[in-house]
Write a protein that binds this ligand. Structure first.
Ligand code: ADP
Ligand code: ZN
Length: 639
């Protein structure tokens, strides 16, 4: 039971992009740790566990040999077990011996040459130290290598990791041109200069013009920032490199720095070109706390700044950053020579939406009965991506229903699905359906009564969708920026007409909770008009509700208790007046409203034209004239 105004949809949930790749980095860490562990194990393994043991012949007390004896009798030695400077073993005749030796590989080689079995128990030799320390040192070196980037350098492993784990760099000369971008002409115009520069940088340099380096495109998701960046490259016929800011943050410190270097290197080799960094807020966030992660991000941001500062005037690289949170960016990013040019891309206005719809309608088969202008009117708050998606949904719906082209039915279905959620298959009791029909008929009828000052009615339906049991939609003629007080009053009456109709036809004891969202919307509108827009004579021109930095204060915080009471009373008075207004209109025209409701029950959905025909066709009800409304409003306000 929504009395839904399309203007209220600006804060639709819009998809959010995210391509974090931390998973990959974790693998690298694990891999590195395993690798280190393996090295350590294999070294200590061979060194501390001698595989060649002296045969344990129990023999008489060993003879004591000097070092020179060993050297001289090398050919007599059968086994030798070396522990540090001590050697022991047996001679070829079986005599055990011990000796103190100076470690000398040449000597050992000589003995081994004669067929002796030499066993090195490394635990006491320098080999031991080698065995223990080499793996540790190598491990430390390895870790140092990985974390080198931490101190700003990013060569060695970090770099090769960056290469193995490359930023999703999209390259190539895009075929996209400005023709593929619709509805944002002024932005295109602004960016045309960049295209000129990329095409003929010399012209700019000859004049001594400071050429742009970085452009920041900001705007809601889906407004075409990526598309526009590609189109610039396409227009200028230069390569396009794209990466996302979220690719630069990860577990391995220094990887971001390495990746920044990598993409800038690539860009430099391919200049002139466009280097596009989406979601730049992921690296360019205002520097704040000194947490581990922030430190890494700061390194990455610094590297980005260094790279951009390092451009000479003729580098020919244009860096385009995109964000929907320009307010969160570190001011350092926005300084001259960096992203010093900001282009804000707004959600498309009515004309823009029409252009975008026209563009995409050319790519699908659209039946003649689809009115794209109406569709543009009914999609306030939609981004370019949403509009493209809408036509795509409509095409899918058409195919599912065996149609060869998109009809207005498909478009309506797609739009309602995006706005309100999919149709609900909800078992409703017949009496509930009947009540819903009369409720919606009430909204519809009062809408027609105020047709001259409010948005024309688009349709009424009793098909449940999302949380709504039914709804009446209006289509604004144009994107609205303000309302007259008469319009506010009329809208209040239209909103409360659903409940009023329940009362008129079923009695005050049969009213339902179905008017919940109508009442919420009406209260919001009345309160806004009174506390913010200064439309109430009683309360006056004071802004009672003010935005504050903390967002915690209540709406009436900067009002005295007396004013707060006055506001509450005014809100109630406005709502009561609107309700009375609607009730009066409905009870005077019961037959017409009944007809509307019965038609709704029979057909579930009525278009605006059908509703107008029913209301105006049969014993044309008296319209609420503009003058009397205005008078009523005045009178009421003066009460
Ligand atoms: P953003 O980068 O701002 O999030 P995208 O450029 O990725 O938005 O837009 C997503 C898609 O939506 C585009 O590829 C394009 O198909 C469509 N789109 C968005 N804005 C427009 C526009 N102004 N004109 C034509 N298509 C658009
Ligand atoms: Zn309602």
């Amino acid at each position: 039971m929504e009395n839904q105004n399309q203007n209220q949809n600006n804060n639709m949930n819009i998809r959010k992009k995210s391509h974090r790749r931390d998973g990959g980095n974790i693998f690298i860490i694990i891999f590195a740790a395993l690798f280190v562990a393996l090295i350590v194990r294999s070294f200590t393994g061979t060194m501390t566990a001698p595989q060649l043991l002296p045969d344990g012949t129990s023999a008489p007390a060993p003879v004591e040999l000097t070092f020179s004896d060993i050297l001289n009798r090398a050919d007599e030695i059968k086994t030798m077990d070396v522990r540090g400077n001590d050697a022991s073993g047996t001679l070829t005749d079986g005599t055990p011996y011990t000796a103190t030796i100076t470690y000398d590989p040449e000597m050992l080689g000589k003995i081994a040459e004669n067929g002796a079995t030499i066993s090195l128990d490394a635990s006491k030799t320098w080999v031991d130290y080698l065995g223990t320390w080499v793996p540790i040192l190598m491990g430390l070196f390895f870790i140092w290598w990985i974390f080198r980037g931490f101190r700003g350098g990013a060569s060695g492993l970090t770099r090769s990791l960056a290469q193995q784990n490359p930023t999703k760099i999209t390259t190539g000369k895009p075929k996209t041109t400005f023709k593929d971008v619709a509805g944002i002409d002024s932005e295109k115009q602004e960016l045309m200069e960049i295209v000129d520069f990329l095409r003929d940088g010399k012209k700019f340099r000859d004049v001594g013009a400071r050429v742009p380096r970085g452009i920041l495109l900001s705007g809601e998701p889906g407004t075409g920032k990526t598309l526009l960046a590609r189109a610039i490259a396409g227009e200028a016929n230069v390569p396009f490199f794209a990466a996302s800011g979220s690719d630069f943050s990860g577990i391995i410190v220094g990887l971001g720095v390495a990746k920044i270097k990598e993409i800038f290197d690539m860009a430099k080799r391919n200049a002139p070109c466009i280097l596009f960094i989406d979601e730049i807020d992921a690296i360019g966030q205002r520097r704040s706390t000194a947490s581990y992660n922030d430190q890494d991000r700061e390194q990455t941001l610094n590297q980005l700044l260094i790279e951009m500062d390092g451009f000479s005037n003729d580098t020919g690289i244009i860096v385009i950053g995109a964000t929907n949170r320009a307010d969160m960016l570190d001011p350092a990013l926005l300084r001259p020579g960096r992203f010093d040019r900001q282009v804000y891309i707004e959600l498309p206005d009515l004309a823009g939406r029409r252009e975008i719809l026209d563009l995409y309608a050319k790519k699908v088969k659209v039946s003649d009965d689809v009115n794209l202008q109406d569709l543009a009117r009914g999609t306030t708050g939609f981004s370019g991506a949403d509009l493209e998606n809408l036509l795509n949904e409509a095409a899918l719906h058409a195919v599912r229903n065996g149609r060869k082209e998109i009809t207005s039915v498909d478009v309506e279905e797609a739009r309602d699905k995006i706005l309100m959620g999919p149709r609900k298959v909800r078992k409703m009791r017949p009496e509930d359906i009947k009540l819903t029909a009369y409720h919606e008929a009430g909204h519809a009828f009062v809408s027609i009564m105020y047709a001259d000052i409010t948005d024309p009615i688009h349709k009424a339906t009793i098909i449940p969708r999302g949380r709504a049991l039914g709804m009446v939609q209006h289509l604004p003629i144009d994107d609205k920026v303000s309302m007259t007080i008469a319009e506010v009053r009329a809208n209040l009456a239209i909103s409360l007409a659903g409940r009023a109709s329940e009362e008129v036809f079923f009695g005050a004891d049969k009213i339902t909770t179905g008017a919940e969202s109508d009442i919420a919307m009406a209260t919001r509108l009345a309160r806004y008009s009174i506390t913010t827009a200064g439309l109430s004579e009683k309360v006056g021109l004071a802004a009672i509700k003010q935005v504050n930095n903390f967002g915690t204060r209540s709406a009436l915080e900067n009002a005295s208790e007396k004013t707060a009471e006055l506001v509450d009373a005014e809100v109630k008075a406005w709502l009561d007046a609107a309700h009375a207004d609607a009730t009066k209109l409905l009870s005077k025209n019961k037959e017409t409203v009944r007809k509307l409701a019965e038609e709704l029950l029979a057909r579930e959905t009525l278009t605006g034209d059908e509703i107008r025909a029913i209301v105006n066709g049969k014993n044309a009800a008296k319209k609420a004239p503009k003058k009397s409304t205005a008078k009523k409003v005045k009178k009421h306000a003066a009460k």
